[in-house]
Design a protein around this ligand. Structure first.
Ligand SMILES: [Zn+2]
Length: 308
């Protein structure tokens, strides 16, 4: 194989690797799906107890993803939203405002990101075809250098203004965007990854345009809170001013009613999927035969009778 297709192939692999996103295990990832959004709470390309790796669309702006933690970390000094009262954490209006304001603030990076994208994927192959490798590399590196310096300056300024408390994250983003044109293309979206952190994930799902499957996620979270198990609330793991599960459940119910969903339906006993099933786990809705004494997945022992 000649060096030109090999060079472009290597570039493509490196480029695609930029569109993998690591998410902590205590966070939800919101990524683009078609014209709307979807939430990922588990699974991924690689997953461990610390987190999971997910892909996003490999195009600037369509590769946007938001990481939203399910609870504020102990001793956090993060954004005001992390310590926000529960009505703010569940405010769809507030989330929409935040989403818009961050999006608008980072608008200048759109130009540098798309110009670099065009330079790498349109100008570079054309120049390689007509000018050969040495001249192309010289033109490409000069153009990329100008755009990368502009991108890094804009990134540092805007990120400092919007996320003043995330100094380490800013340094990491600016350094990687200064060293690689592919990372610079990606910086527009990566800089906004934590924009909605601090709000409740279900409220974020309700606020994002075109989000699919809200009710399923809400019902699942509501049941986890209604039938919570002690292993999910380790001693010392919850901040003292964190809202109680009853408050969070009530806020989910309010949000559901605003969306025309009756939360009472989430707790109704299911119909038997198999004639042998006589009881079910109220947390995960798994059905069991008469002999079962607990749900192994949830460690829930008080199984309830099924609807006949
Ligand atoms: Zn269960």
């Amino acid at each position: 194989m000649s060096p030109v297709p090999m060079l472009l192939g290597c570039f493509l692999l490196l480029y695609l690797s930029e569109f993998l996103v690591w998410v902590r295990s205590d966070a939800w990832l919101f990524r683009r799906r078609g014209r709307g959004w979807e939430a990922l709470t588990q699974g991924g390309l690689i997953s461990s107890s610390r987190g999971s790796l997910h892909w996003v669309y490999p195009v600037p702006q369509m590769g946007r993803a938001y990481s939203v933690r399910t609870s504020a970390p102990t001793g956090s000094t993060g954004s005001t939203a992390l310590r926000a009262p529960i009505d703010t954490a569940f405010s769809v209006v507030e989330i929409g405002r935040r989403y818009q304001s961050v999006e608008e603030a980072f608008q200048p990076l759109r130009w540098t990101s798309w110009c670099l994208w065009g330079l790498v994927w349109i100008v570079c192959p054309v120049l390689l075809k007509f000018l050969g490798l040495p001249s192309t590399l010289w033109i490409l590196s000069s153009g990329a250098l100008i755009l990368m310096v502009t991108n890094a300056c804009l990134l540092a300024r805007i990120h400092g203004k919007i996320f003043s408390e995330f100094g380490d994250e800013r340094l990491r983003l600016v350094l990687s965007a200064s060293l690689s044109p592919l990372a610079a293309i990606r910086s527009l979206d990566l800089a906004q990854k934590m924009a909605l952190d601090g709000f409740h994930p279900l409220a974020v799902a309700a606020a994002l345009p075109g989000f699919q499957g809200w009710e399923t996620l809400a019902a699942d979270q509501w049941r986890r809170l209604r039938y919570s198990v002690t292993s999910e609330n380790p001693a010392g793991g919850t901040p003292v001013d964190a809202p109680s599960s009853v408050e969070v459940r009530a806020a989910i119910e309010v949000l559901a009613r605003q969306r025309g969903v009756d939360p009472a339906l989430w707790d109704i006993a299911p119909r038997a999927e198999d004639p042998a099933h006589t009881q079910y786990c109220p947390r995960c809705r798994t059905q069991f035969t008469r002999q079962a004494t607990l749900c192994r997945d949830c460690h829930w022992t008080a199984l309830l009778p099924i609807c006949r």
